[in-house]
Design a binder for this molecule. Structure first.
Ligand SMILES: [Zn+2]
Length: 659
């Protein structure tokens, strides 16, 4: 650990932590259908996919050699006669993988990676452990491509079993593999001496009631796997600092100038780790009167030393607010990694480990590193614990998380007094004259450029790769903001908390979320979900005409025509303000193409605004929502200049860095 630049309140470089004794599980919760005997804590999840791994990183060869045991239980009501494994690194084995093909479609750039960039994974042995002997399955392994028939794709593997695994049955497999660490692709790989190692071992798909749910690796989607216990030993040169999913249980200095780091994570569904010879390692504790204590560890780039307080502050704020709003973070620790420049690891989530992007000069107004860190910590709830299928329903993680990130950032940065302490009174979230909230952020610009890109209900891996994130992140966040404004935050908070409480450590489907929306709100909101989620129709309300006339008696008649320009419908308020300051609010159900309101007053109307409270955040054209009798060009010009400034900042600095 010699090369760490600065050690603050850390046991690193001193003595290794005492190993945590492994005791048999004493409690199995009712939802524990699988292997509750493998962990040291009461099971929160089925724990049916358990990995014991020993891996060695050869930094000269940029290679990983791994072996281990996978203990898997069939928790479905049907037997299965095969296993399916993800081999994600093979997406970067050659230019013809489905991932690479989709990337070319996505960005239109044919620039091929350099030869030395490629990575890959080879399973060198797979054996079924049986009481008498091990049965070698290696020769049975075969690559499959159920999504697109791409015979050159090696990211999904099937292994026929000699006998079916019955419901409730458990098997153990011995596995050996080698991996070549790629130059960074999709937040994974090595740049210089900085390793971010994710999706690096043969990982089982998810057996569902109707068969294996395991897709090839697609460029615009992420992952899906079952919960279990991970016990991982990582061997690498002693100069590296290591951070990983789980809790460090042991640390051994070996005679060959390497060290072995042992980590254990329970009720998690993936395992990632980082290694760097040059980080600031800072540890602290999150404490709260009603939430469990969490040990926090920060691995920060030395050049970002000055931002350590900001990382710590936003991590604690996120644990606090999400804990209060949704339910507690139940794991004993969490590691926040500030990724290396050009590592492609800008912001990425793994169980109990995440990267939160920063910059050398992070201006406070662009929310780095706060926004990425809050976003990635939020994934601990929406990906880590509520483990929906990110390949088919990515919005359930990324979209919900984008929405709650904005909710959180708005709460803690724009209003919270703590801000004053760290931002010196600078108010980052608003511009004078052009009030800005989380509703605008960068989400509307991205969405309205491609509002009809795909119907959100389409399986995510089928989205057009170039615009998938617009649907997954932007549109979902916008319709959730709209829903919040329609039902109110207290109801929305109960929807989210109920969803989290009921579906943590499980794999909910979209219908499970929608059922809770209706149940908790006490309303049938299917009409809205049908339009926002099951269609690509756009919402757009606006003012068509505002006509003033003078009547025979000298009074003024105002005729107002408001219009539904989009296919989708939503109730909107319409507020007309008169020259004497009086304003009249109408509630239009928004169903017809137009509504006409006629007012006769002593004075003329000055302005009209459709949806003045901006409930319908999905409205793709807000500029047509208002009309004034005398155009106020200067003010409008200023307003739009400020709006564009904000958009440009957000788009340039924020958009695209989340995962
Ligand atoms: Zn994300």
């Amino acid at each position: 650990m010699a090369l760490g630049v600065l050690v603050t309140a850390s046991p690193w470089g001193q003595s290794p932590a005492a190993p945590v004794p492994v005791a048999p599980a004493t409690v199995s919760s009712p939802q524990t259908a699988g292997d509750e005997g493998v962990g040291s804590t009461p099971a929160r999840s089925p724990r049916n996919a358990n990995y014991t791994i020993t891996a060695r990183l050869d930094t000269d060869a940029r290679a990983i050699t791994g072996r281990g045991t996978i203990r898997w239980t069939n928790i479905t009501p049907r037997p299965t006669s095969e296993l399916r494994f993800h081999l994600y690194w093979n997406a970067w084995r050659n230019a013809d993988s489905t991932w690479m093909r989709e990337r070319r479609l996505s960005n239109g750039v044919a620039r091929a990676p350099r030869v030395e960039d490629w990575g890959g994974i080879d399973v060198t042995a797979l054996r079924l452990k049986q009481p008498a002997r091990e049965l070698d399955l290696t020769s049975r392994m075969a690559f499959i491509a159920p999504d697109d028939g791409n015979t050159l794709d090696r990211t999904l593997m099937t292994v026929p079993l000699p006998a079916p695994v019955e419901p409730g049955g458990t098997i153990e497999l011995a596995v050996e593999w080698t991996g070549r660490v790629p130059r960074p692709f999709a937040r994974t790989g090595v740049i210089g001496t900085e390793y971010f190692i994710a999706q690096w071992f043969p990982k089982l798909g998810v057996l569902e009631d109707d068969g294996w749910n395991a897709h090839q690796f697609h460029q615009a989607t992420e992952f899906y796997s079952d919960f279990g216990v991970y016990d991982v030993r990582l061997n690498l040169p002693a100069i590296y600092w290591v951070g990983a999913s789980g809790t460090r249980t042991n640390w051994i200095e070996n005679a060959d100038d390497t060290e072995t780091h042992q980590y254990r994570g329970e009720d998690i569904h993936d395992f990632a780790w980082v290694a760097s010879p040059n980080v600031i390692d800072h540890e602290t504790v999150f404490e709260h009167p009603t939430l469990p204590k969490v040990s926090l560890r920060f691995l920060i780039r030395p050049e970002h030393r000055g931002q350590l307080d900001r990382f710590v502050w936003i991590a604690k704020a996120t644990l606090q607010y999400y804990g209060e709003w949704l339910g507690p973070y139940p794991y004993p620790n969490l590691t926040v990694v500030d990724p290396a420049f050009q590592s492609q690891s800008d912001g990425m989530e793994y169980p109990m480990l995440l990267t939160g992007r920063s910059r050398w000069l992070a201006p406070t107004d662009v929310q780095m590193p706060e926004m990425t860190t809050a976003h990635e910590i939020g994934h601990q709830w929406w990906y880590g614990m509520v483990a929906s299928n990110e390949t088919e329903h990515a919005w359930m993680d990324e979209g919900i998380n984008t929405y709650t990130t904005a909710r959180l950032i708005d709460e803690v940065l724009a209003r919270n007094h703590i801000e004053q302490r760290y931002f010196g009174g600078f108010v980052p979230w608003t511009f004078p004259g052009a009030p800005f909230t989380r509703l605008d952020n960068d989400r509307l610009t991205g969405y309205r450029d491609n509002p009809e890109a795909d119907v959100p209900a389409t399986p995510t891996w089928k989205y057009w790769p170039g615009t998938a994130s617009v649907v997954t992140y932007n549109k979902t966040a916008l319709w959730l903001h709209t829903l919040e404004r329609h039902v109110g935050w207290p109801t929305m908070q109960r929807i989210l908390a109920t969803y989290f409480e009921r579906w943590r450590f499980k794999h909910p489907k979209p219908e499970d979320f929608f059922a809770i929306v209706n149940e908790v709100s006490g309303r049938d909101l299917t009409w809205f979900i049908d339009q926002a989620y099951r269609s690509s129709n756009t919402f757009d309300y606006g003012v068509q005409d505002l006509i003033g006339e003078t009547l025979a008696d000298g009074r003024r008649r105002t005729t107002l025509v408001v219009r539904r320009y989009g296919e989708a419908t939503f109730p909107v308020d319409v507020v007309t303000t008169f020259a004497n300051g009086e304003s009249v609010r109408e509630q239009w159900d928004g169903l017809e193409r137009r509504a006409v309101y006629v007012y006769e007053r002593d004075v003329e109307a000055r302005s009209v605004q459709v949806d003045p409270d901006r409930v319908l955040v999905l409205d793709v054209n807000y500029t047509n929502n208002s009309r004034t009798v005398r155009p106020r060009a200067d003010e409008a010009g200023l307003k739009w200049a400020l709006v564009w400034m904000r958009w440009l900042q957000e788009v340039m600095l924020t958009y695209g860095f989340f995962a």
